[in-house]
Design a protein around this ligand. Sequence first.
Ligand code: ADP
Ligand code: MN
Length: 495
Amino acid sequence: QCPWGARNTTSISCSLADVMSEQLAKELQLEEESAAFPEVVAAAEGPFITGENIDTSSDLMLAQMLQMEFDREYDAQLRREEKKINGDSKVSISFENYRKVHPYDSDSSEDEVDWQDTRHDPYRADKPTTTPRKGFTGKGKDITTKHDEVVCGRKNTARMENFAPEFQVGDGIGMDLKLSNQVFNALKQHAYSEERRSARLHEKKEHSTAEKAVDPKTRLLLYKMVNAGMLETITGCISTGKESVVFHAYGGTSTTEDKVIPPECAIKVFKTTLNEFKNRDKYIKDDYRFKDRFSKLNPRKIIRMWAEKEMHNLTRMQNAGIPCPQVVILKKHILVMSFIGQDQVPAPKLKDVTLSSEDMKKAYYQILNMMQQLYKGCNLVHADLSEYNMLWHNGKVWLIDVSQSVEPTHPHGLEFLFRDCRNVSQFFQKGGVAEALNERELFNAVSGLNITADNEVDFQAEIEALEKMNEDHVQNHGKKLSMFSSDGDPPIYNE
Ligand code: ADP
Ligand code: MN
């Protein structure tokens, strides 16, 4: 079942006939091989290479892996020579430039232009830059005029929010988008024609290439991580979902990264076929900001955005002290994070664990607190919160799966929050927590809003009205209402 196959460590006792058996010889050989080359062998078997999957691209990958091995040996040799030449001499000659493997060597080729820099959170709210009357800021050669690319770009982005209401620009999640004049004009043109064209848009039927665990490119990336010492071994698959596959791995001891790699890691591989992307369209649908900017990108590149979003959201949560996996590294559509669990056994989901009524109550208050923290401290709504995405580990609840999380001001942010509240509320009410607030009370407690409707239908209507108000405000003023950050802090519920 697990693609890398757990190694069979139990030794087999056998008869003489068995010893002579060819079958056993083969088994022993295999065992030895898998001990010697766990990743390589693992990658070469399992469900990855089956039937029609045996193609030249796999051969290419194997060749690349081999090349990488050669390069590594070459570098080791280089290092030895470097040492020999330099000896104890104070002045030393570096062979750095002659090395073949570089830490996280930038992969070449067309596919490698990342959609944006991943080092800082593009989703954080950024103060808009304004240009004073005189038309420039700064002094001397640091002068910035209003024609400055960055300033102009931001202004264009702000203007884009004022397009016709039919033209959904999405919320951009507070990203610091900078549209060039050329792009902006093209977009404006597009907005006008779009208005007329209306609903003729039909997504073409996309065909995904079967449901494979991971594709050769992903395998190569994983292999690189092992090769670079980032990971020790990838032991197996924890979960296969519609949108992602999660693997367990033992952390390596790579010294190139400044942070310590956790002893056990979870690797979330976002699937790169169009099918899953479509399932997520309510989070990104009609977001022409993305569409325009990324229209030239293939789905593989767009899917990276989800991985990147999960990374930034996890980082925000980590900073707010919410128990969640810690980000180790993001490589394209692959997110490596700390493993919640122990000895390859993932922590159980809340839905699978039987808690004492005391723990249940504890978990409830913890979640209430986390939801408030998430909303207030991280400016996020989980948007897929349920007993499926909460793990019970070390006597507390851990939040996972936040790639779809949005800011409360997302056009559907409050609806997502309400759905989260409903899940949580129902789970704990069924679980016998008498103190559990109902979904509407929970919603108010988390958001700090004070929606008074006493039935679900009216409540939902008020939520949608609020969202609409915000959207209208965005259309008219090019910025969001501050209504969601209500004046009073929501009461913090504690045990
Ligand atoms: P999906 O979008 O497929 O639901 P999740 O992030 O929820 O993706 O991951 C799927 C499953 O993998 C989770 O339900 C959990 O069991 C496991 N998992 C994910 N991340 C971790 C982690 N950091 N530590 C342990 N298990 C994890
Ligand atoms: Mn999940």
